[in-house]
Design a protein around this ligand. Sequence first.
Ligand code: UD1
Ligand code: UDP
Length: 356
Amino acid sequence: MKIVSIVGARPQFIKESLVGKKLNEFGINEILVHSGQHYDFNMSDIFFKVLEIKNPQYNLEIGSGTHAEQTGKIMMEFEKILMKEKPSLVLVYGDTNTTLGGALTAAKLKIPVAHIEAGLRQEPKDMPEEINRVLTDRISQFKFCPSQKAVENLAMEGMKSGVYFTGDVMLDVFLKFKKGVDMETVLEKYDLKPKKYVFSTIHRDFNTDIKTRLESILKGFSRIAKQMPVIFSIHPRTKKRISEFGLEDLLKTLKVIDPVGYDESVALTSNAFSVVTDSGGIQKESYFAGIPGVVAMKDTGWIELVESRWNVLADADEEKIYDGVFYHPDPADIKEIYGNGNASEKIAKIIRDAKI
Ligand code: UD1
Ligand code: UDP
């Protein structure tokens, strides 16, 4: 069986890293396409290196742009590849413009689509990721859900066939790679002591593109930094906006670093006192590592972690971010909510046995 997978943004490389290997183990010929949505070395190539992902057969090199530019360019370029390769299935991941562009192109060519991380829903409904998720689920024949909540979300929208609870491929990757990470060396590199710092990342457009919100988050970080070091892995979008809004002064007391590879991200999360983030991936990784997390969002697709008190929602509120870091209530036990680390294998098996 020949399938085509399309990835393009940081979290998609991470998700693909194990799924791709499992597909190969099950004898499926996977053609890997990189859309080029992320292209800086430390937003793209570093993941292929650290996670030993095979080189993509195609790179669409679409780069940055407006939503329509990115989605439209992906569709135009991806269509040519699908017409040439004629796969039995197209595999898409998560909720980026690469996800929707890839899924829509395949659907219009009547090629079945499989969506990994299907069924997540959150407010606000007009956030780009939510639009991408809702539309991708609608046109996917295979909806691989990371949680039971995702299965329920799809059922509420009338989607019951082609829905599989597989668990979360991010858990598989985390469990596999955590063992091999040299935590001590990473902490030494950044001059940090275990459980004595806060790890933070911010990149959502509703946090970065509105000055008052970005300012409030950074003020929260500066207040925390008076108590313990805050290490801030800065996404290129966030870096750009801080400079445009003239907020550089609020970075003075933080340890600001360029985006890091997956190994360092796992080490920085796993040894933190707490994390503050609007990253979907890091919200869960902090839980996987048993570290409390503060989510700088109004709502989240990973709501189970809030309901069980692993994470608190602080929106962009300076006060709530500070309080969330220092006054985290005891979390409840929620074992195996995202599966048991075999999601990638389950997905590969379902694809292998599919009648397509
Ligand atoms: C995208 C996804 C988001 C995901 C995130 C992962 C969409 C709509 N959003 O958001 O769901 O959580 O990736 O990180 O697809 N830039 C660079 N170098 C790069 C990449 C981006 O400088 O290698 C800058 C550009 O100025 C670009 C901006 O970052 O305009 C935003 O990048 P983009 O890929 O459009 O969205 P993300 O915020 O990364
Ligand atoms: N990540 C990383 N380096 C960083 C920040 C994040 O490797 O400097 C990893 C993180 O461990 C997680 C993933 O990137 O696995 C999350 O990606 P991101 O926050 O960009 O997107 P989201 O998950 O919100 O879609």
